[in-house]
Design a protein around this ligand. Sequence first.
Ligand code: ZN
Length: 244
Amino acid sequence: MKYAILGDVHANLAALDAVLEAVDAAGVDRIVQVGDVVGYGSSPAECIERMRERQALVVKGNHDAACTGELDPRTFNDAARAAVDYTRARLGPEDLRWLARLPYTAATEHCSVTHGTLDAPELFEYIQRPEDGDGSFEALRHPVCFLGHTHRPVSLMRLADAPHRTSYTFAERLELSETVGALVNVGSVGQPRDDDPRAAWALFDAEARTVEIKRLDYDIEEEADRIVRAGLPKILADRLFLGI
Ligand code: ZN
């Protein structure tokens, strides 16, 4: 069983379509998305449509929750708040219901999925330091949990030979056979923030027990133009070229 794990999409259709093309070429059985399908970008309805067409397993991100009114967008910065207003105006009732029905966490036979942390997913906390993953490791009932939220790919691991300590790696390939548990942040499809503007996704091979973080170029200009034409803050276009 091969999974494509998609990080934060953020309504970036150019990036999502480029990733889906790579996913198709990789012969994947199932698509999983770690939340934040919408927010920041120009094409929320189209990105929701792609997730529905592909019958992706999707969990709820904080931007998804802000658009349905479950999270107060006053905690967001000005540009993100403007994007919430734009997104709400662009989505019909069916799309809003689809967002509202997304679970905070999900699981398959082989992995767990959340947006921020696994132990308190509705709080949308960020895992930035190894110790931030402690609660998620406690809650982990699968060999691996995939997550997003920071838009920076990194894997936290409990290694088989040091199971009580959290290690981490930025390596693009992870061997789960060497771990007793892993929290893998797959980065972001539509708004990477690790100074690398290329779209990110992960290929998880459940039988081989490997995870590979993939990066690919996409037409940033196309999404940047759409953002500007949509009247969204220009900063949301500019940052895509920098990967910040
Ligand atoms: Zn996000």
